[in-house]
Ligand binder design. Structure first.
Ligand code: ZN
Length: 268
């Protein structure tokens, strides 16, 4: 099995916001030999510090253990961080042949080890496991807590794994695309002038796909259309196109991509 460069696409199928951490496609302790299971962890990171303060540790490792430590990070908001496509040091020694480092994918969810799990994070956790099972043709029973496959570990704390696996199984049974709902679209982040994040690229791609990006918008860019589509910055040029799109659809032309603008942007 090669580096698993499909992991970001798999993550996006959850409907959760996704951050591709720079360099993830070639990050790993060699390629991932196989995927027979999924192991759920908590980071035991700080109690505060934002959405995913453990990113640097999971990506780069800690004294005595080189990174990457897991394929995915899961923020408190439910945002999925795609960190590595190759093998990660997340479970050794394993009591299960399907859940050692060479055979399984790791998810490190931000939690200090005692604090309650936010509903959005827990929901995203289940969905990510379900999409991974679907991608690698695994039953929900192959999703394990770290503590179930390593006797020395306590994580992830307080999650009833039988309950968790039942939720995963229900999603697998519901079929692909079960979460591409209006509610999810409406809950996408609001994009304003000056924002700089991955969701801005989605706005650019959708505007282009809907025919709302005239060649003049990128004619003067050294990288042309490709560079324009790749930019994560919500600059004035982009937001003017958003306003024009809103006007064309009879929406309030406020130049902000919010709950009224995302649905027509994302639908044909
Ligand atoms: Zn763990």
């Amino acid at each position: 099995m090669p580096f698993l460069t499909q992991l970001a696409d798999v993550a996006r199928r959850t409907g959760s916001p996704v951050t591709e951490v720079a360099g993830w496609r070639t990050r790993g302790h060699g390629p991932q030999p196989e995927v027979q299971g999924v192991v759920c962890h908590h980071t035991a990171g700080p109690a505060g510090g934002g959405d995913y303060p453990s990113l640097a540790v999971v990506r780069d490792g800690r004294p005595g253990l080189d990174g990457p430590l897991s394929h995915f990070g899961l923020g408190r908001s439910g945002r999925i961080y795609v960190i590595a496509a190759g093998r990660c040091w997340h479970n050794a020694p394993s009591t299960s042949p399907w859940h050692d480092n060479s055979s399984s994918l790791g998810i490190e969810a931000e939690n200090n080890g005692t604090q309650p799990w936010p509903a959005a994070q827990r929901e995203s956790y289940v969905r990510l496991c379900a999409e991974l099972c679907r991608e690698f043709k695994l039953p929900a029973s192959r999703v394990k807590a770290h503590r179930e496959v390593n006797t020395a570990k306590p994580d992830p704390h307080s999650i009833d794994m039988n309950d968790f696996r039942a939720s995963v199984a229900a999603i697998i049974k519901a079929g692909p695309g079960a979460f591409w709902t209006e509610e999810l679209v409406r809950n996408l982040p609001v994009i304003r002038l000056g924002d700089d994040n991955y969701d801005v690229k989605t706005v650019r791609g959708c505007l282009f796909a809907r025919g709302h990006v005239p060649p003049a918008a990128y004619a003067d860019l050294p990288g042309g259309l490709r560079a324009w589509l790749e930019s994560t910055v919500a600059d004035e040029g982009l937001m003017a196109l958003v306003s024009a799109f809103q006007q064309a659809r009879g929406l309030g032309a406020d130049g902000v991509v919010g709950p009224e603008t995302w649905p027509p942007l994302l639908r044909v």
